[in-house]
Design a protein around this ligand. Structure first.
Ligand code: C2E
Ligand code: MG
Ligand code: MG
Length: 723
């Protein structure tokens, strides 16, 4: 029960007036749930008079310009440029002075007259837009506020459409703000109105989200273009972490629904930073601008001391950049990150913009900035200047990855060793491209940092080993699908090159072009699915080798296949270059055979000191010595320029009396002359061995080997009689 009382202390009035006043005092208790009583007071008297004044003067206030439209710019969190403006009305009364919306809006709403005001505000806004268009400004969307009774008094949707079209203003430049509270009462009707606005092309925003109770319900069924978080959230931000967590999670939820966000009532730099980090798209509040009348607004833009308008063509790009929540652990949950247990001490995340050869940190969270300070001694700040992409040194591989990612889209991961030995595992994903500037942006996150004292990670070791392979294939034996990894420069990180199907067919067909023709049949014979599986089952490994001609010169490659230990029927094939190894083996084999041959010759034909096989064209030679004495002379066993080397070795060991003859005769010309037409070249001289002269007979003959004609040179030791 509520009771209103009029006391005659305020003056003697007719009974009917006294009753009216008691009723006014009673109605003032409306909002209270309990019973109570209230006296009519001077304050109530004044209020009633004001109310009456407002109702009586509305038309005049409009026609005589007492109603003014103030504008409050809304800025984009990423760029801090003006992306919208909100129209808010003021009543500047010649008698009662300045009235704020709190004074006259509820009165006009109750009386069902607010539509007059709101349509007037709209007309003012349309005039402003057309004036601004004429002076060449970018026109950002302007939002106007509607009340519940607008929808009862007239077909407000149609009234607005008609005025906007008549003014030739594009419909998407007028945004409709509807408070959460007016939806609740009459849900289906309001849903229809919102959808009508949207169907016509007007964006509709929910104002004061979070101030009432029905918010989450409503979100499910009405698809607003944007949600404006009530300023109550800002007040609660300063009260501790729970306010921050609630806002962060709500922001994430709303963003996930594909709805943009604004926070209003932003008053401090700390609030701005926080909202930028959690991915709030737009910001509105006294920190940036108070609502100001049009003339002041124009004055500020004219003076240029204004943040500037956003180019509408860039809006979509900045919207996608702005939406990423840098506290969104859901993107990349990582269990063993103990250091990241605290909600706001999250993974380092940021947004990097790439344009040409330059990068800019558009947004970063605190963890990312700490990370940058630790590893690069550089604090990108909330937003940084563009800087050239480093071509080498710390961060260069990662920046290249980000650049690739921006160019080709998709996601990428990188591991990079830092100067202190720790390994940084990072992630990048392209999120958008700016059609005006040609820049592209990627979201980046540092997934883990392995500390240097942890030793080399298994991945690091594996990667180092993998550098020996210049192709690696992972093949699923069940599906025959494969992934090819290649390391073009060798030793560099492997990059995924392609995915493919029908591995064995592709491998056999593709490899044919690369394999040295002589080796093709052998390859085809062993490289079959059946054979490989049989070898894997019996030996645990399959190996083969062949020559490939990628570079024009045949080179030996080794192929090794093993089963992968992880689950699934998968095998891994590594192809490594073993050319040097094989060539060395072949060379060793040749020397071994030659030595065997020379050993037999020596055994059959008496005392040989040594034998040489010489390529007469290149002068390449190798030596086989029979006795250790000859070894002691210190001649090289293999080398180039047999004739030159022979003469200089000879200078050390040939008897001085024989020296002129030796030097004159030990030449390629005389050797060749001697072996012409199957002949034998002969030389006799003395070597000084262990201080004693030993007569030597040198003979050379030409033999035909597989790889061309060769000289065989025997150094024969004669007895004292010269036999
Ligand atoms: P609203 O649409 O939520 O508008 C935001 C209100 O917050 C404005 O108050 C604005 O001046 C104020 N504000 C903006 N930034 C800050 C800040 O950083 N700190 C604080 N403390 N306040 C800030 P205003 O202009 O008094 O308007 C109050 C409400 O009246 C508006 O709330 C809107 O719902 C309604 N309103 C204003 N103009 C109109 C109108 O022309 N038609 C209708 N139907 N409603 C209007
Ligand atoms: Mg509003
Ligand atoms: Mg609001």
């Amino acid at each position: 029960m509520r009771v209103g009382v009029y006391s005659t202390r305020l003056g003697e009035v007719p009974v009917s007036t006294a009753c009216d006043r008691a009723k006014i005092a009673c109605d003032a208790l409306k909002g209270a749930y309990g019973s109570g009583f209230n006296y009519y007071s001077r304050a109530l008297k004044e209020e009633a008079e004001k109310k009456q004044h407002i109702l009586e003067n509305l038309d005049r206030a409009i026609s005589e310009g007492w109603i003014q439209v103030y504008y409050q710019p809304i800025v984009r969190a990423v760029t801090e440029k003006v992306c919208d403006e909100e129209a808010l009305s003021r009543w500047i009364d010649p008698v009662r002075g300045f009235l704020s919306p709190g004074d006259f809006i509820p009165v006009l709403e109750d009386a069902g007259l607010i539509y007059k005001l709101d349509l007037y505000v709209l007309e003012q806004v349309l005039q402003k837009i057309n004036a601004q268009k004429a002076s060449g400004f970018h026109i950002v969307p302007h939002s106007i506020n509607l009340s519940r009774s607008d929808f009862d008094a007239c077909d407000i949707v149609e009234e607005i459409r008609a005025r906007v079209d008549a003014a030739r203003v594009p419909r998407d430049r007028i945004t409709i703000e509807i408070t959460e509270s007016i939806i609740g009462g009459d849900f289906d009707f309001m849903k229809t109105q919102v959808e009508r606005f949207q169907a016509l092309g007007f964006p509709v925003w929910m104002d004061d989200f979070g101030s009432g109770y029905s918010s989450l319900d409503v979100l499910q069924s009405i698809k607003f273009n944007l949600l404006k978080f009530d300023m109550g959230f800002m007040r609660k931000l300063d009260e501790g972490d729970s306010g921050k967590i609630i806002l962060t999670e709500l922001m994430k939820m709303v963003t996930s629904l594909g709805v943009d966000t604004i926070c209003e009532g932003v008053e401090t730099a700390a609030q701005v930073h926080f909202l930028q980090e959690i991915g709030c798209c737009k910001l509105q509040g006294f920190y940036f601008n108070k609502p100001i009348p049009l003339d002041q607004l124009l004055e500020r833009y004219a003076k240029g001391n204004q943040i500037g308008y956003e180019n509408p063509e860039e809006s979509a790009y900045y919207e996608s950049i702005g939406r990423v929540n840098l506290y969104d652990l859901g993107v990349i949950a990582n269990e063993d990150q103990n250091a990241f247990h605290n909600f706001f001490n999250t993974l380092p995340m940021g947004i990097i913009e790439v344009k040409g050869g330059a990068v800019r940190f558009v947004r970063t969270n605190r963890s990312y900035r700490d990370f940058m300070k630790r590893f690069f001694r550089f604090d990108p700040g909330m937003q940084s200047e563009a800087r050239p992409i480093p071509l080498s040194g710390p961060g260069a591989p990662f920046m290249r990855l980000v650049q690739d990612c921006c160019k080709n889209g998709g996601r990428a991961f990188s591991d990079e060793q830092m100067s202190d030995g720790s390994t940084v595992h990072a992630f990048a994903r392209k999120i958008g491209a700016n059609p005006v500037t040609g820049a592209a942006a990627a979201a980046v996150a540092v997934l883990s940092i392995s500390e240097p004292d942890e030793g080399e990670s298994y991945a690091e070791i594996a990667r180092t080993l993998a550098a020996d392979y210049y192709n690696i294939y992972v093949v699923d034996l069940d599906t025959d699908r494969f992934i090819e990894y290649a390391s073009p420069a060798g030793g560099e990180d492997m990059a995924v090159e392609r995915h493919g199907e029908r591995f064995f067919d592709v491998a056999r067909r593709d490899n044919m072009k690369r394999i040295y023709p002589e080796d093709r049949d052998a390859f085809l014979a062993v490289f079959t699915r059946e054979n490989i599986v049989r070898e894997l089952d019996s030996q645990g490994v399959f190996r083969t080798s062949c020559r490939i001609i990628d570079t024009g010169v045949p080179m030996y490659v080794g192929m090794k296949i093993t089963r992968m230990r992880a689950r699934g029927n998968r095998i891994i094939l590594g192809i490594s270059l073993i050319d040097a190894l094989i060539k060395k083996q072949q060379e060793d084999e040749k020397v071994r055979r030659q030595n065997l041959l020379f050993g037999r010759i020596a055994a059959l034909s008496g005392k040989y000191y040594a034998m040489y096989l010489v390529d007469p064209d290149t002068g390449l030679y190798s030596e086989y010595s029979v006795t250790t004495n000859y070894n002691d002379l210190g001649f090289d066993k293999r080398g180039e320029n047999f004739f030159i080397k022979g003469r200089s070795d000879g200078e050390k060991a040939v008897h001085p009396d024989d020296m002129p003859y030796f030097l004159r005769t030990f030449t390629r010309e005389s050797f060749m002359r001697g072996v012409e037409n199957g002949g034998i070249f002969k030389m006799r001289y003395r070597l000084v061995v262990n201080g004693a002269p030993r007569p030597i007979a040198l003979r050379a003959a030409m033999v035909s080997e597989a790889d061309g004609d060769k000289l065989i040179v025997g150094v024969n030791v004669l007895d004292e009689k010269g036999v």
